[in-house]
Design a protein around this ligand. Sequence first.
Ligand code: HEC
Ligand code: HEC
Length: 463
Amino acid sequence: MGLRSLRHLFFCALLSSTLFIAACKPGIYLKNQGDILAIASMQTIVDDDFIHMAMDPKQIELGKLLFFDKIMSGNENISCSTCHHPMTFSTDNLSLPIGQGGAGLGPARRVVLDGETPVRERMPRNAPDLFNRGMKSFKTLFHDGRLSTDYSQSNHFRNPAGDALPEGFSHALEAQTIFPLTNPTEMAGHAGQNAIADCADAGDFTCLWGEVVDRLRQNSVYVDLFKDAYGLDDGAEISIVHVGKSLAAFISASFRADRSPFDQYLRGDESAMSHKAKKGMELFYGKASCVNCHSGVLQTDQSFHAIAMPQIGPGPGGDGYQGHDDFGRERATGDQADRYKFRTPSLRNVELTGPYGHDGAYESLEDVVRHHLNPGISLANYNLDQAFLPDAGPDLNLIDQIVLDDFLSKASLIVANELQPVDLSEEEIQCLLAFLRSLTDSNSMHLGHLIPGSVPSGLPIAD
Ligand code: HEC
Ligand code: HEC
């Protein structure tokens, strides 16, 4: 390269960095003082916001063992931790999880198509992270919100099992944790493989939870732990409510993330966030309108919106004329106006918890942010390489693509879309990303200490 072109390069770099600094200058994009006030008036997260603070440490410890123990799955081949592992930031870092029958952990997990309990399909939705789900403000869980606190129900929850959900749960998270056990692809296994799977196949939740508890009652270590944690006289008193409460206590205590630079900034440490991140924060809660849905200290309105997220994978079943679409919130409410709406995710630790969207359509954080800026173009240009899907053999791979290739489905996604395109400069997008990275609690990057040395069943935990 000649001196001249080198100089030219240097000049361009200088120019762009000057522009960049100008674009990130504090205050220049503030629409009004209200944006700053919205940030300044935000409540910081405190101990009392979490359900585990009122729980016995023995319940948390018991929950940890249950979380890592494959005894909880029908074929004893998968645990909660497989898809919500501390080393992969309480998710699995795959677009779509590989449930019972798969092998390996995190991005290395793979589909196994032979043997006695082969994988039959990918899971239809991305495994959400579990950060701060123990906060009392999380009253609605799952991407489509099909479990939510509702005091008009006798058991206090609108939920997939209806009245079969036992009474006694105090928070949505406690009730949620017993549902992964009931899904054949996820943990239960398929009819004929085990007693739990047979109950699942019959759609009998009471029978299924009874089978899980029976297994635990046959393990004397668990019996002692339950007796101790809940003051029971006898193993016969163990119920699925104790199981759910313990799992929730562990999740709440372990996946707490409220020490990010953003939190420290809200607590008064102005220097905790970089200049660029502060600029991004102003854009987020201001001009870029992210706040319309990602509001408040957790960056979520805990509500549902349609944002034309590309649809990949097998789908949860029965949606669209090929059966592989995902109608989202409509599945829970039955209201067609809710089609393609998904819960606004909290953005805590978002840098760590990809791939993104209810189906993990985007592996990269920048890609999913760019999707928001122009959903129509992003959907039109989308291809499966933007996701992270380990090979699942030709038959299952083919299914991943079906809805994407369907023009009609894409058109309906666009019609339902609520996101207005936002015009941001490249520099502004980088500021926005810097803000999203300032939501990372560095403690969440070191969660290896949560992994127990062994579990009462003696089943392996390191795979
Ligand atoms: C095979 C992977 C897999 C396993 C195993 C698994 N999960 Fe999940 N988990 C998921 C997926 C996928 C979702 C989202 C499902 C949906 O929204 O339809 C989810 C959702 C959740 C949620 C709701 C989070 C939110 O914000 O809505 C919680 C809590 C949770 N799982 C806890 C658990 C617990 C506890 C266990 C063990 C009993 C478990 N999971 C086992 C994949 C898994
Ligand atoms: C109209 C409501 C709405 C607005 C405005 C909005 N989002 Fe979102 N956002 C959502 C919903 C809903 C999802 C989840 C979609 C899904 O699961 O398919 C989402 C997902 C995301 C994700 C992926 C998180 C994850 O864990 O999967 C990121 C990052 C994100 N939004 C950032 C932003 C940014 C930055 C802005 C502003 C430029 C913004 N959003 C504006 C509703 C909105």
